[in-house]
Design a protein around this ligand. Sequence first.
Ligand SMILES: C=C(O[C@@H]1C=C(C(=O)O)C=C[C@H]1O)C(=O)O
Length: 176
Amino acid sequence: MPPAALHPDTLWRPLEQLVLTPVLRDWMADPGSLTARLQRHGRFRVQPGRHAITPPSQEERQLLGLPGRQAALIREVTLLLDDTPVVAARSVLPLSSLRGANRVLGHMGSRSLGSELYRRPAALRDQVWARYGAPHSGEAPCWGRQSRFIKRGHPLLVAEYFLPALWQKTGDRPGG
Ligand SMILES: C=C(O[C@@H]1C=C(C(=O)O)C=C[C@H]1O)C(=O)O
């Protein structure tokens, strides 16, 4: 079966349902910290972007299993290697997941969310979806993965879009 057709897809599909090239699957299915993996390829930095408390999208609520119109903290960042954007990320942190020891997740600033998620008690990444689409409307499509993490029993979503410069920086080739 050929790799998944490269037409933009609005839906996030379970990773195991997609036929991906070996390189893409290696990045999409990597169980470790993306931050730690990127740090092997250059000077890593998190550039914070939008940081707002707002209702998540209908799809995000479904992926989170979040009832009703509960608000969430939306954190959008760009991950840079040597000042080059390589990943566009959007995290959805339900306010109910930011209580007690999890509060720190809502105040990460330019620190990587991964540095907290993989600190003990490490978060469980219990579901991964993928899509080929634009990180933000009007942008060029690229491959993205969305993970659901459970940290101290509470869920949060992290979507990461692999920008074209990632493949130049790492020397990997996502194509067929
Ligand atoms: C989940 C991780 O955290 C990374 C850091 C992010 C942030 O600081 O907002 C967002 C996406 C992730 O790639 C990771 O490093 O694996």
